[in-house]
Write a protein that binds this ligand. Structure first.
Ligand code: MN
Ligand code: MN
Length: 456
């Protein structure tokens, strides 16, 4: 099969058997999207599937040998899976790094307010969003509350079809003259993102008190508990197909659960290799990878040091050699050429919907600033791996040179001295509440990461 083409979509290059496998994968991916809605829920779902496949926590091992399957649950928000290879680990790892956090609205620490008959949450958005896209749609609230005594309670409202949902109001067009004059970025401000969570009071209770009492009854939490909560407002919608031919999947957080699911299914399906295989599922990518669950924290090299120590290599040179010899795919989505907005992209260098997994040499903006800019030799090696394993791939960059740009975790992983290149799924409407991914593009993430894990 032709693995590289800018004229013939992957779907038209595939056999009936390959199409069938792609559609089966798409069904499982939709189920993953509906379960792994936040970084905490994704963490749990990834560990659930890994344990089922024989992965055990790092702490369960006294020493490690080839074929051992290990995982690290890092603070319930990030996961690392590893399959120990036959070769000395100091010759390098094969690592695929993806992230499991997605743009959303977080609740402020003192969120619950009542005004003029409406009870609503005050929010502070997380990641880069277009605020006007979040109004007038069904929303859910999901997350944890840590109570006064330290106990943690899971909150989930709006995902079950029988649940009520939350909703952010917008001004009616009849009275929208002033708003319509504003720039799109200012028409709905951060302070206007106020999901409605109630309205009925009772004879002796205000509407706010009534909502609080319902929270108390359902979750055993009181007003002050919101100060120590991590509650996220996300779309209430389940993932579903788009198109009469069912070519696309609509869902919240394809960025970056589409690459994370490819990463997970690839390491679970890959043949154990000569090299140790590592699948990283990081948090905080959308806000710069800071915080102790983002990749700028030391937990990933620490985990690698632990793997080395359990194989008898305790010296600092072992870590240095391992990192220096490692090869990494930074698994993150990129933007497809969108015919509705042709002026934002330079078409001959944009990735195309339905044309396979995308290699991106550099991201960044204003002259590659803040970019990893991968080495040609390494990209060539990945290209050989994909061609040999029949993986449809393309190469593209994010938008016109002066149009803006974006970042991934690639540069932070490159800071360890590893070879790194961005390699992810192309998509439409990135960072919208519901995003669009074409099914063959999603499936090529699995094919690409599996081929990479199995390569030497
Ligand atoms: Mn991403
Ligand atoms: Mn993103």
């Amino acid at each position: 099969m032709e693995t590289y083409s800018r004229t013939k979509p992957v779907w038209q290059r595939w056999t009936a058997k390959e199409r069938k496998a792609c559609l089966a994968y798409a069904e499982e991916y939709k189920a993953f999207l509906d379960r792994a809605r936040t970084e905490r829920l994704a963490n749990r779902e990834i560990i659930r599937q890994a344990e089922k496949a024989g992965f055990r926590p790092l702490s369960a091992y006294r020493k490690l040998k080839a074929g051992d399957k290990v995982y690290l649950d890092h603070k319930g928000k990030s996961v690392i899976l590893a399959v120990i290879g036959k070769e000395d680990m100091r010759k390098g790892l094969k690592l695929v790094g993806s992230h499991i956090d997605s743009p959303r609205l977080d609740l402020k620490a003192n969120p619950l307010d009542e005004k003029d008959g409406l009870v609503f949450f005050r929010t502070h958005y997380y990641g880069g969003i277009k605020k006007y896209q979040w109004v007038c749609r069904p929303l859910a609230v999901v997350g944890v509350v840590v109570r006064k005594d330290g106990s943690v309670v899971d909150v989930e409202i709006g995902l079950d079809p029988d649940d009520p949902v939350l909703y952010i109001t917008d001004i009616l067009p009849h009275l929208g003259q002033t708003q319509a004059q504003k720039k799109v970025g200012e028409a709905v401000t951060g302070e206007m993102l106020l999901p409605v969570i109630g309205g009925h009071g009772e004879r002796k209770k205000s509407a706010r008190e009534t909502v609080l009492a319902l929270f108390g009854k359902k979750y055993g939490i009181e007003d002050e508990d919101f100060t120590t909560a991590e509650l996220e407002i996300i779309p209430a919608d389940n993932a579903r197909d788009v198109g009469l031919d069912r070519a696309f999947i609509l869902g919240h957080g394809h960025d970056d659960r589409v690459c994370s699911y490819g990463n997970l299914t690839a390491i679970l399906a890959a043949e154990p290799g000569a090299k140790t295989q590592v699948a990283l599922f990081a948090d905080k990518e959308e806000i710069g990878s800071y915080g102790n669950t983002g990749v700028t924290s030391s937990y990933v090299p620490d985990f690698i040091m632990d793997l080395l120590a359990l194989q008898g290599h305790e010296d600092h040179r072992s870590l240095r050699d391992t990192l220096r010899n490692s090869e990494i795919l930074s698994a993150d989505v990129t933007a497809s050429f969108d015919p509705t907005f042709p002026d934002t992209m330079e078409k001959t260098n944009a990735s195309l919907t339905g044309h396979g997994i995308v290699l991106t040499k550099y991201t960044g903006s204003r002259g590659k600033s803040g970019s990893n800019d991968a080495n040609a030799e390494f990209i060539a090696k990945v290209r050989r791996i994909f061609n040999a394993a029949n993986v449809p791939w393309q190469i593209g960059e994010l938008g016109k040179v002066d149009q803006g740009g974006g970042g991934t975790i690639a540069l932070y992983l490159a800071a360890w001295g590893c070879e790194v290149v961005d390699c992810g799924v192309t998509m439409l409407s990135m960072h919208a509440p519901l995003e669009l991914v074409e099914k063959s593009d999603a499936y090529t993430a699995f094919l690409a990461y599996k081929a990479f894990f199995e390569s030497n």
